[in-house]
Ligand binder design. Sequence first.
Ligand code: C2E
Ligand code: MG
Ligand code: MG
Length: 603
Amino acid sequence: MSIRELTANMSATVLIVDDDPGARLLIGTALEMAGFRVTTAADGASALDEFRARPVDCVILDVVMPGMSGFDVCSALRLLPECVHLPILMQTSLDDMESVNRAYEAGATDFSSKGINPMLLAQRVKFLVRAKQTQDQLRESEARIRYLAYYDPLTALPNRARLLQILEQHVAWATPRHRGIALLMLDVENFSRINDTQGQAVGDALLKEIANRLQFCVRDTHKPDEKPGNVDSQEINDWVARTGADEFALALPGVATVDAAQLVARRVQLALERPFAFAQQEIPLSASIGVTLFPGDAANAEALLKNAEAAMHHAKKSGQTGVEFFKKSISARAAKHLSLEADLRKALERQEFSLHYQPRLALSDLRVEAVEALLRWHHPQRGFVSPDEFVPLAEQSGLIVEIGDWVLREACAQARRWRDAGAPKRQVAVNVSGVQFRDGSLVRRVSNAIDLAGIDSRTIELEFTEGALIEYSSAVNKAVKSLKDLGVATALDDFGTGYSSMSYLRHFPIDTLKIDRIFVRDIASKKAGNAPLVDAIIAMAKSLGLATVAEGVETDAQWQYLRDRDATQVQGFLFCRPLATADLERWHADWLHSHQMRIESVA
Ligand code: C2E
Ligand code: MG
Ligand code: MG
């Protein structure tokens, strides 16, 4: 017998039920020799008592006993919940088929005749116990699989699939009672950035703490009109679920009005606003919350979940973290997004994308130093779709990685065509989304596109937004360094719209800041609200050794203002709109011509 078998048997206890003391002794000794622990009972009633007091791993049961027969004891044992899978071996001197059948009917696992060699019997018990242990393990892993299908192992909260079942039960409970349900869904802002910068251990701890706090925001008591223990008492509890990486939901049966739901939403916000303390650091959090109400907004669980998600995305998009209640207009928009997303999947294949180019001019002499490649989607039915509409969709679905690859290859190929045609030398700036940094393959993709086109890597500049830098800071940091080694320049787009500080920027070896057009818009107006900000950005960029590009220059006054402040480049409709390549060449030829005139006229 191996050590493993020995220890397996050692931990197993067998109960021998027999009115014959000689039989108990013989079998008991054989079992102990085989490594089992043994307990005994002389009749059925004390066997049941003994089992209740100390459950065992196997029972050997004599059939003919005074008082309860072995069959009765077997049936009684099977009624106990912990006995459902217990191996019960019945011993009968009545070798006939009828008692064998009765034994099985009573629930016996196996039977043997009474005269069997006790050593052989011990082997049989060993087999039964081991089979049970294997089955127990199997049942355990099945239970674990079932658990994982419906629960989140990190927080032990129900997952999305389980939430759907819970909501179905809530709806079934609320409908006949004319009661309402509120469903809140929340997205933790900036969670991926925290995970990225602080490490997964902190991220996990944070999620657990969020789960904890959320559970304090809900009631776990039963409603007063339901007696505890009622069949549906469980279903009418409030529930917290984890529906995504940084998404949670609160299902609140009985919460029927906007005011009541608003109250809970506020409670949730307050709970998350208290800073989370980890490793001597305080991490403040905020959440965007979407709310939907049953039965007003939807009549079934699935629609409720979709509504809450749509409202949450709406809350997230609106910029300020806040609470958004579901409205029909949100679901119409969600439906439009879905169909647009489906079309977006086909757009690459159908060659519906193209690139337009908008010049960036040196502020000093108005020479075209670079052009920014801007993606255009010509939808077969809808016509032109704005990148402001489809780029976020492509980001959400991950399609941006493939589309972004196309943009990179096409922009590099165009740079090559310009070189071959002897066009004026200019850098080509390509926009990349934060999502493209996520899997760490961006630098390889950029370098492939450059090699494929056979151009100098210094021709290419990548623009990414301040938002991308904040959300994927560690991936961006790594990529920017490798891009620098590769000779590819980088620019921070839409600067001023995020919340990164100048000192934060020091960690990223970027080359250029692009000042967002909302700041440029009113620099030269009477209000001039943003002028000091633009001045500060230009001055600080200079101190960090960064170039500046002012975006969205539309008026002469704005241009003059920037010229006095010594920004590096300007870009905007005042000079040129984004154009298809042929138009761009025509414009550029004209520009060179008139530009000379202009310089002359200024001089
Ligand atoms: P962006 O990178 O900040 O691009 C500049 C946007 O400002 C362009 O809008 C451009 O047409 C517009 N613009 C330029 N000058 C002026 C002006 O004087 N006044 C006004 N009002 N607007 C001006 P567009 O082409 O609609 O692109 C919008 C955004 O979509 C881009 O903002 C960029 O974030 C994104 N995008 C465009 N192409 C791509 C791409 O290939 N990949 C990625 N990831 N995003 C892209
Ligand atoms: Mg850009
Ligand atoms: Mg921009």
